[in-house]
Design a binder for this molecule. Structure first.
Ligand SMILES: Cc1ncc(COP(=O)(O)O)c(C=O)c1O
Length: 291
């Protein structure tokens, strides 16, 4: 099979002359050559059409109305959740929509972090995106957890040599990249998952760079949490996904408080909805409704 670059280019309005003359340093007589998809992919016309279709035929708030439009918007939102579940080969009840990869990682650091005590250990790596470093350092400030690091090998991969020293009985979570945004290396996760689960720790894989390369089999990887980012997967901005094992999510406290994440609100106390709704406070952007 040959790669038909012209046919692929034709799918993307940005690559079809629309950017000519607008970009500093871009020569208007040449088509745009875009090489920064790891930071943000361009969107195909089909995605732009889906946004327009939603805004012109189905625009209503999700899960808030009992009239036709609102029910259709809610159905689209839940269809998007099922589609993500299929892509990850995972239970759609574990799919939580977030505003992006960063928000998904902060959700885990805050909600899962609430369940930790001083001295508990989190293992990350020197190969992580800042979004998978800083939230754990902030948690260290708040709760006194210990953050430990996998080093990077000369080849730019996670160096698993110190695995036994890093993942001890005090370890509660290992949070590492599934594919590095620095070197592109795909992590060999099975020894990490084995060692973590052997001491009762959970594993989060940051799939922001990996998930674009094809469906991901999260159960086969053995991850307890998996994070992706929509704008790196030909989607609009404003959407990311946290997948978590449903029974694990059910044991976590909420992240943001507000509408739609509640079961019952009184002046004395509020009870929270079951996941995934517990973690989806507020009105989702159109990018989450179209998935
Ligand atoms: C590996 C990795 N993790 C997390 C993120 C953050 O994702 P977002 O831009 O959706 O917040 C990125 C984005 O560059 C990334 O490459």
């Amino acid at each position: 099979m040959t790669f038909d670059a012209a046919a692929v280019r034709a799918e993307f309005p940005m690559l079809n002359g629309h950017a000519s003359g607008h970009m500093a340093g871009h020569r208007g007589d040449q088509p745009l050559h875009y090489l920064d998809s790891a930071a943000m992919a361009q969107v195909p016309g089909a995605v732009i059409d889906a946004i327009t279709r939603h805004e012109t035929t189905t625009r209503a708030n999700v899960r808030r109305g009992v009239y036709g439009l609102a029910e259709r918007a809610t159905e689209a939102y839940e269809d998007a959740r099922r589609a993500v579940g299929r892509y990850l080969h995972a239970d759609p009840e574990g799919v939580v929509f977030t505003p992006g990869g960063t928000a998904a990682l902060n959700l885990v650091a805050t909600a899962f972090g609430e369940t930790l005590d001083a001295g508990d250990e989190i293992v990350i790596s020197e190969l992580e995106h800042h979004s998978n470093i800083v939230p754990w350092q902030m948690l260290r400030e708040r709760r006194g957890v210990v953050v430990k690091w996998f080093p990077v090998s000369d080849e730019g991969r996670l160096d698993l040599a110190p695995l036994g020293n890093l993942i001890t009985k005090k370890c509660k979570l290992v949070s590492v990249t599934h594919a590095s945004n620095v070197t592109g290396a795909v992590s060999f996760v099975s020894p990490i998952v084995g060692a973590a689960h052997a001491v009762g720790a959970k594993v989060l894989l940051d799939g922001c760079q990996a998930a674009i390369h094809g469906p991901v089999d999260v159960p086969a990887l053995g991850a307890d949490f998996y994070v992706t980012s929509g704008h790196k997967m030909f989607g609009p901005t404003g959407v990311g996904v946290l997948w978590g094992r449903p029974e694990l999510l059910a044991a976590l406290p909420p992240f943001l408080g507000g509408g739609e994440m509640i079961e019952r609100v009184t002046m004395e106390r509020t009870t929270y909805a079951d996941p995934p709704r517990r973690f989806e406070a507020g009105t989702p952007p159109v990018s989450q409704v179209i998935g």
